[in-house]
Design a protein around this ligand. Sequence first.
Ligand code: 5CA
Ligand code: ZN
Length: 417
Amino acid sequence: MRSWQSPVVPRLAASGERPRVFDTASRTLRPVGDAQTGAARMYVCGITPYDATHMGHAFTYVTFDLLNRIWRAAGLDVRYVQNITDVDDPLLERATATGVDWTELATGQIDLFRADMEALRVLPPDEYIAVTEFIDPVVELIERLAAEGSVYQLDDPEYPDWYFRCRHGGGIGTISHLSEDEALAVFAERGGDPERPGKADPLDCLVWRLERPGEPSWDSTLGRGRPGWHVECTAISLQHLGPRFDVQGGGSDLAFPHHEMCAAQAVAATGEPLAEAFVHSGMVGLDGEKMSKSLGNLVLVSTLRAEGSDPMALRLALLAHHYRADWFWTSADLAAAEVRLDRWRRAAARPAGEAADATVSEIGAALCADLDAPAALAAVDAWAERTLNGVGSVPGAPADVARAVDALLGVDLNPAV
Ligand code: 5CA
Ligand code: ZN
């Protein structure tokens, strides 16, 4: 699938410093990116396109955009892959409820997402893959899992769907640290079917759903049907990045079951771990609840843009929160970001100001220390404050800080057009 247009990233002198990020699985800060090969491979779970980009989605993609940018600044060659879950229960339910064709619903929402990502200056993935264009490789992966005895057909005369044995290739809690009881509760909330009769284990996950009347389906050796959710990300990431890639990313709602199931499937199929680190952004909420399509309490990037918000202010509002924090969106976030953007732009427009080097290093160091965007923002705030107060008279320094702010934080300080 076509991704979106990349912003131009100003080149900085390669810092060589590898970032450290928090790995949910080992609960440690780990350096990520391969210092030996100079490569960094990242997979970030993409949208299920049935409601346009909300600020929670934007927070997650801006988070991994920071990692992408700091890797590039370190001189690493980044390979970035993202999926689109363009066939799944919630999308089909929404299409039915609103009387819209499911493919039209998905296409419209993907277009909106692309436009939002472009406006927010998020670097596009190198491969942007919808599951509907990846059915054959998904089936091949399930066949491989079948050969290992890791999937089975349900004992159900009407719909003998295919399930993955969730304990093959891992144990429950390996990434999420949930107990069995917690896992059961969360599984039911996040698309799982622990109560379905005939399963070998309540936590086994669906990998191939046989055709139901009126649902999209594809011919395959498993019977005519469609993929279950988790196996799409396992198939896409393994094919385009190979096992043991550097970072598997997404919001913290994906740690279980999604990333655990993907990780277990990868081990069961290849004998190797899926990824070196599993990195999760916090959840953005609204009015005391998680912002989610199913709850309908959404603040959409496209709405705020249509109301005239500068996308760079939206980006700064997101960056003001550390990626691992859960937080609630309020209009005060945007108001504070607008004030900050205005100050930064005024400072950046000066012909001379305080020397740039220390501030540029502080931004890089903050991002390398578990993507500490708030600390990076504080460094730029302090520089802007001093420059606006006439401290320093180094010609070109404001332009140098602006280049670093653009390259590392993705914030364009040219006046809004
Ligand atoms: N298609 C699957 C992943 S394979 C999915 O979770 N789609 S999604 O549209 O629901 O979410 C897209 C991304 O945004 C995921 O990484 C998810 O973890 C993240 N996300 C969803 N809601 C929020 C939220 N309220 N705050 C932060 N991130 C969120
Ligand atoms: Zn995924």
